[in-house]
Write a protein that binds this ligand. Structure first.
Ligand code: MG
Length: 168
């Protein structure tokens, strides 16, 4: 069963949104590098790679469904921030935007009775719960450091230990 035009457009927008997230995460990584927080910069760089993989999951899905992949323009990412916690709040806001977009596609797919897209969308619904929870936890930890240099250093070390295929 072919995708409806409306769903095809929504999936294409999602590819662009995921690539835009990858781009934004790289900008967040660069800001953290400049601040001398290599662990957090590393975490953001891995996050950027994960967003590119998300884009490719949607790309693959469109190709497998015989639909047309059409990439959109990527906006210039925000690159100036007031504080480390501000950077992670930007990350949470980006994830919430992605979650809303995925829920919107889910709703469209339900209306169109496009059952073939449910497994992919279910995976993303779960993934977004995980992403938002992970970033929220980091924000909570950062707020708890209240400018304590030692606590910030510990958190930087912890986030720097993230591996390529870690869930968080
Ligand atoms: Mg994503």
């Amino acid at each position: 069963m072919a995708l409806t035009q409306e769903l095809q457009a929504a999936f294409n927008d999602q590819i662009t949104l995921e690539l835009e997230s990858a781009h934004q995460y790289l900008a967040l990584s660069a800001w953290l590098e400049r601040e001398g927080l290599p662990g957090m910069a590393h975490w953001m760089r891995l996050q950027s790679g994960e967003e590119s993989e998300h884009a490719m999951k949607f790309y693959r899905f469109l190709a497998d469904r015989g639909a047309t992949v059409e990439l959109g323009a990527i906006a210039k990412p925000k690159s100036e921030f007031d504080s480390v916690v501000d950077v992670f709040r930007a990350s949470l806001a980006a994830e919430q935007r992605v979650t809303a977009a995925i829920h919107n596609i889910y709703s469209m797919a339900t209306d169109a009775r496009d059952f073939a897209s449910f497994p992919l969308l279910d995976w993303f619904v779960d993934e977004q719960v995980e992403e938002e929870s992970t970033v929220q936890q980091i924000i909570d930890d950062l707020e708890r450091t209240q400018g304590n240099g030692h606590a910030l250093l510990m958190l930087d070390r912890e986030l720097g230990a993230r591996q390529e295929d870690d869930e968080s």
